[in-house]
Ligand binder design. Structure first.
Ligand SMILES: Nc1ncnc2c1ncn2[C@@H]1O[C@H](COP(=O)(O)OP(=O)(O)OP(=O)(O)O)[C@@H](O)[C@H]1O
Ligand SMILES: [Mg+2]
Length: 510
């Protein structure tokens, strides 16, 4: 049983103008295995999954599913075969509810008139969601959810499709440890039921934790397929990037200067409560906690994206009113958000335009000089951050997810701010580029900027921060010096009353 393949992808090639995204790629997935697919940003992972999902046409190659040669020309056909996909870029309908999205195209109907049975859908949705360990109202419209919530819905949608094969394109990138553990428990259960999983992630620890075998892609080519227990993390990284790599956190030695930003008792009723902290020049302040703990809401308040009910914000010792993001940018505050599509990136503009947009006024007034300067700056970032693009004039939409993230990053790095806020800066970024982003962060700090880094990845928080703030349910529960802090300690403060919560949930379900 274990040796039979549910899926064999053979010799797949896919060209885009100027880019060969896939070149003679193969992928063989056994029944009931978790098969990881790894590679750097732009390696071709998502392209391969989209072809499998019928969302994209291949130029060459064959797909065998359940031993039959199949043409998958549409997502509906993929679904009919029993292939279900969690997309990296979510595929949800914003104004529909959570449960409507989960059952979209597979509505539960009631005889005799095939009326859609919303109540039953909502009950089923609730069951799937609580299996994932989250409480989310099935009637909430999607556009009211944050990135993490949307990711959960995308996962739930794939899980309830009764698939033989589920491809998950970075399903964990917006989730925290606890939610990932629930997801893994579900994956293990699916596997024991004989379902096969293709699992894409840049978090290699996850690959070793959950996968049976791993296939490595590099520059659109198949590099190899291996059982994970026969290989080390270093070997895997070397295979992915084609060179040896120093992992770790290149934290610089920035000198700490005076206080640049401080919050005193900042409150948004029912969302964040009595938030106070200071940030100094050259300092990297990590803010961590579970998804939904209010971390993003704190930086939205600083950035003028949400109004605050109480409390004060000081910049350079002066009390300020930050009424909008434009105010914030003028005052020298930058925000790099986790939701790059909503805030950071203009998809229909070129890479160059996106990079230089926020700082155009810094370029020369003479159009011909200016153009040259813009080119130079864009090319410099493309090189430094190794943004994979055929040219600076490529439309941002056509870059891979991680490369889009790097473009947004360049834009803010160029804006020369006093306070730079990173919200999950390495989400979806490959191992090699992560190090480059950390180096840039250190460089900003060394140049005197104050940095706030929100992150759920504890090694990153511990490795890069000078000081760490932990949040739980809208409040700060701890402030720790990074040198002495441990993961276990942070988790305790981040989950202070989870035990009670679980009991509460159990009571409800009885
Ligand atoms: N619509 C498109 N037009 C042109 N090029 C594209 C298009 N979609 C993807 N590409 C290119 O194809 C290559 C593979 O992209 P893909 O999204 O599959 O990478 P990936 O491995 O999923 O990367 P990531 O880890 O960043 O998500 C990249 O070089 C990308 O720029
Ligand atoms: Mg991708």
């Amino acid at each position: 049983m274990h040796d039979e393949y549910i899926l064999q992808i053979i010799g797949i090639t896919k060209d885009y103008p100027g880019v060969r995204a896939l070149d003679d790629v193969k992928l063989e997935v056994r029944s009931g295995e978790v098969h990881a697919l790894v590679g750097e940003n732009g390696a071709g992972k998502s392209t391969l999954i989209k072809i499998l999902a019928g969302a994209l046409r291949r130029d060459e190659g064959e797909i065998l599913f359940d031993d039959a040669n199949v043409e998958i020309n549409s997502p509906q056909e993929a679904q009919r075969l029993g292939i279900s996909v969690i997309y990296q870029e979510f595929n949800l309908v914003p104004h529909l509810s959570v449960s409507e999205n989960i059952f979209l195209g597979r509505e539960m109907t009631r005889a005799p008139f095939r009326i859609i049975n919303r109540k039953r859908e909502e009950r089923e949705a609730e069951k799937i969601l609580s299996g994932l360990g989250v409480t989310l109202n099935p009637r909430t419209p999607i556009n009211r959810l944050g990135v993490a919530g949307q990711q959960i819905v995308e996962i739930a949608k794939a899980l309830c499709a009764d698939a033989k094969l589920i491809a998950m394109d970075e399903p964990s990138s917006a989730l925290t440890e606890r939610e990932i553990e629930n997801l893994f428990a579900l994956i293990r259960k699916l596997r024991s039921d004989g379902v096969s999983i293709i699992y894409i992630s840049h978090r290699l620890d996850e690959v070793f934790q959950i996968a049976d075998r791993v296939t490595v892609l590099r520059d659109g080519r198949w590099i190899g397929t291996f059982p994970v227990d026969k290989m080390s993390k270093d070997e895997l990284i070397e295979m992915m990037v084609g060179r040896k790599l120093d992992e770790g956190f290149p934290k610089g030695n920035a000198e700490m200067g005076g206080e640049i930003l401080s919050l005193k008792g900042v409150t948004r009723k029912g969302i964040i409560e009595d938030i106070s902290f200071e940030l100094r020049e050259g300092e990297i302040l990590g803010i961590t906690g579970l998804v939904g703990a209010g971390r993003t809401e704190v930086v939205r308040a600083i950035f003028g994206a949400d109004e605050i009910d109480e409390g004060e914000i000081y910049l350079d010792g002066n009390k300020v009113e930050i009424k909008s993001p434009i105010d914030a940018i003028k005052m020298g505050i930058s925000l790099l958000t986790e939701d790059r599509k909503a805030y950071g990136l203009i998809l229909d503009m070129t890479v160059r335009e996106n990079i230089t947009l926020a700082s155009l006024k810094n370029f020369s007034k003479f159009s011909f000089v200016r153009r040259r300067q813009e080119w130079e700056v864009a090319d410099r970032f493309i090189n430094e951050l190794r943004i994979k693009t055929p040219s600076r004039e490529q439309i941002a939409r056509n870059l891979s997810g991680g490369n889009q993230q790097k473009v947004v990053l360049s834009k803010w790095l160029l804006a020369n701010s006093k306070v730079v806020i990173f919200d999950e800066p390495t989400k979806g970024i490959d191992v090699g580029s992560k190090v480059e982003i950390y180096q840039l962060m250190s460089r900003l700090a060394e140049n005197g900027a104050g940095i706030i880094m929100i992150s759920s990845e504890l090694p990153e928080v511990l490795g890069m921060s000078d000081r760490i703030i932990v949040m739980y349910e809208g409040r700060i529960t701890a402030e720790l010096a990074a040198e002495n802090a441990t993961q276990a300690q942070i988790m305790t403060y981040a989950t202070s009353s989870i035990k009670r919560d679980f009991q509460h949930e159990n009571q409800i379900s009885e």
